[in-house]
Design a binder for this molecule. Structure first.
Ligand SMILES: [Zn+2]
Length: 334
């Protein structure tokens, strides 16, 4: 018998039980016995104050540090909690607390490149992310997306046009530099180079592509024949990408689940957008819920309300976790 657990929402999600408390992905330092950092995306890391034991994978610890977040001495495990690769980015974890509450963090069920998908685990309560929890977000299979992107690159190369492939600097950028590494020459934007190097140090097999240099001595070489640059999404609208687009006639493509929106490429001023995501799509989220088969589901991120409604319509108990609504409410169950 597990005894009573309670879930609170505020600074992240906290779970309290008779033997310990744990805070999941808080925005600021927590007072719980443990603090779980699921992965190294900025919206999931915080600056610890030393009062709570930090639990994070060694990959997350290193990647966070590279991004300027020192998590201190982290533990990879703790009694009463089981950890699973969540398949979202390298080192990302999901956690099962006391064989009862499963928190997915950001999760992908698909195998892609060096990442293996996560199918979940049987649990009493499921706390799941629902970034793409709307029926229109059903992604094509990954091989199809890769084939489409390769055709796009090939067409550009045929007309001697360089290609800039963009994605989040941590996660997506490593994945696309791996998936398209048969194209040469491939260069990496500074921020991507830094994250790729950290992955290589941690044992991921990535080619060590050159850092992109737009120096005068390089300019003629870059103008002579096509190349690929992997760059962060955040710099998509920045001058450097626009400048290269004009200077070298480069085509710009993005890799994101939002590419399922037909107007995405146009709105973002892209030549192409490919639906390659580090999250699960709508159908995969439903499958995940079914596989975990919980008696209660809490949804968070993205279309949390709509997805909870869908879960209820197919027979689950489900509710969206919203901070304002749940701030003071504690949900208890046996
Ligand atoms: Zn993430």
């Amino acid at each position: 018998l597990q005894g009573k657990l309670s879930i609170g929402v505020g600074n992240g999600i906290s779970i309290h039980n008779s033997s310990f408390s744990v805070c999941l992905d808080p925005k600021k330092a927590s007072n719980c016995d443990y603090t779980f950092v699921s992965h190294a995306h900025i919206d999931h890391i915080h600056k610890p104050n030393g009062k709570s034991k930090i639990i994070a994978s060694r990959e997350t610890t290193k990647l966070a540090k590279e991004r300027g977040y020192d998590l201190g001495d982290t533990n990879e495990g703790a009694h009463g909690m089981d950890f699973f690769d969540s398949g979202h980015i390298f080192g990302s974890k999901a956690v099962l607390v006391k064989d009862s509450v499963f928190y997915t963090g950001d999760i992908s069920v698909r195998n892609r490149g060096f990442l293996k998908g996560c199918r979940g685990v049987k649990c009493g309560t499921l706390i799941m992310e629902t970034t793409y929890g709307k029926p229109r977000y059903v992604f094509p299979n990954t091989e199809q997306v890769i084939a489409d992107a390769n055709r796009f690159i090939s067409r550009c190369f045929d007309s001697c046009r360089p290609v800039i492939l963009t994605g989040y600097p941590l996660g997506k950028a490593q994945l696309i530099s791996r998936l398209f590494d048969s194209w040469e020459p491939m260069f990496l934007h500074e921020s991507v180079y830094k994250m790729n190097s950290a992955h290589i140090e941690l044992g991921v097999k990535l080619k060590d592509h050159e850092r992109f240099s737009d120096s005068e001595s390089n300019e003629q070489t870059l103008k002579r024949s096509p190349w690929i640059l992997i760059a962060p999404t955040s710099s998509r609208k920045s001058n450097s990408i626009e400048l290269m687009r004009r200077k070298y006639g480069a085509a710009v493509a993005a890799f994101t689940g939002w590419a399922m929106d037909p107007s995405y490429a146009h709105l973002m001023n892209l030549d192409a957008a490919f639906p390659l995501s580090d999250h699960s799509d709508f159908i995969e989220l439903v499958e995940l819920a079914k596989y975990c088969d919980p008696s209660m589901i809490y949804t968070m991120h993205g279309f949390a309300g709509e997805f909870a409604a869908h879960l209820r319509s197919i027979g689950f108990e489900a509710e969206a976790l919203s901070e304002s609504k749940f701030q003071s409410k504690l949900t208890s169950y046996a």
